[in-house]
Design a binder for this molecule. Structure first.
Ligand code: SF4
Length: 330
């Protein structure tokens, strides 16, 4: 590991100022991804700005009924929070589906969003990887890519985003709060991560030096039936092969609200807007669910070894939509 400077910030303003003053800096939260990547030589920051002691560790109910989650709230605490379990069950389920208990105790909400791909070529500095070293090529495209993207990939990169939590946030219409040199702003969770295009080194729409300060879960999806399902190679401590977060409200016999997002299919959580549009206003029948999901997955472009992901994701989506609609049918 290369030597680096270390600064511990006690306020958001102090953190962003320190970042701006230290070329080659990275923010350090729980460190569960960044420190691993530093050990592998993938990340080589010249300085770490430790934001783990910032006063961003609260989950607060806001006057308008939304729920604000501080960026430093640990994944375990967020998953177990009674309001999250009650009003946003898909988020709690997604968090518990991620990593291990030990990692969830340390990993932060902000850090979860910023974790990097687990593409093995990205993590091996002896291999070509456009994300780690722009212009060096993509080892995975003609190599081992069973776990890689089937939607929205580019000739430069076929990686997937590894977060479970981010998939639930996208389906729940959450917003990500940011603070930087130009002040505070927020982005829809579904728009926070980006597709690779010709800049795969850029995972998100975050601006240089901006810090994630929190996540807001809206009133619009509070209390709606929601669920997260994940398929993986073993029952725990494994990244998704495909996952689905779904939110469904049925009123007067038709779908009044549908939120659907896929995980592990693309470089970002894949908000299934086409399926949502097809579902809204339709009766919640098996035929309607199949039509909507098939319309969405028609955009899939599987690679040599990962075509299995399309029927896997289809099955997961149909299963969760059916389960969410069941109480109304009875
Ligand atoms: Fe790198 Fe992306 Fe190719 Fe993986 S898929 S080797 S992260 S460029």
């Amino acid at each position: 590991m290369k030597p680096f400077d270390y600064v511990r910030a006690s306020t958001v303003e102090e953190a962003t100022a320190a970042y701006a003053a230290l070329p080659g800096a990275r923010y350090l939260g729980g460190g569960t991804n960044l420190v691993d990547l530093m050990k592998l030589g993938v990340e080589q920051p010249l300085a770490l700005v430790d934001v783990s002691r910032l006063p961003l560790d609260a989950v607060e109910e806001l006057p308008d009924g939304s729920l604000r989650v501080g960026a430093m709230v640990r994944n375990s605490d967020l998953a177990a929070h009674p309001v999250v379990r009650d009003r946003y069950p898909a988020l709690s389920q997604a968090l518990l589906a991620g990593a291990s208990g030990q990692l969830r105790n340390v990993a932060t909400t902000g850090g979860n969003l910023l974790q990097r791909t687990h593409c093995p070529y990205f993590q091996d500095v002896s291999k070509p990887c456009n994300k780690r070293e722009p212009g060096s090529g993509c080892g995975a495209r003609d190599g081992v890519h069973r776990d890689h993207a089937v939607l929205g990939h580019s000739p430069q990169c076929i990686a997937t985003h590894p977060s479970d939590m981010a998939v639930a946030l996208a389906a729940l219409d959450a917003r990500i709060e940011l603070y930087g040199s130009e002040g505070a702003r927020s982005l829809a969770a579904a728009d926070f991560h980006r597709l690779p295009g010709d800049r795969p080194e850029q995972d998100t729409e975050i601006r240089p030096g901006e810090l994630i300060t929190g996540v807001v879960l809206p009133t619009a999806t509070a209390g709606l039936p929601s669920v997260y399902r994940k398929a993986r190679d073993r029952a725990s401590y494994a990244f998704a092969l495909a996952s689905v977060a779904a939110v469904l409200r049925v009123s007067d016999g038709v779908v009044a609200h549908a939120g659907l997002a896929f995980g592990a299919l693309a470089h970002r959580p894949w908000r299934a807007r086409t399926a949502e549009q097809a579902l809204t206003g339709a009766a919640p029948t098996a035929a309607a669910f199949e039509r909507a999901v098939d319309l969405e997955l028609a955009a899939a472009r599987p690679l040599r070894d990962n075509a299995y992901k399309v029927p896997l994701a289809r099955g997961l989506a149909l299963d969760v939509l059916t389960r969410l609609a069941e109480p109304v049918r009875i």
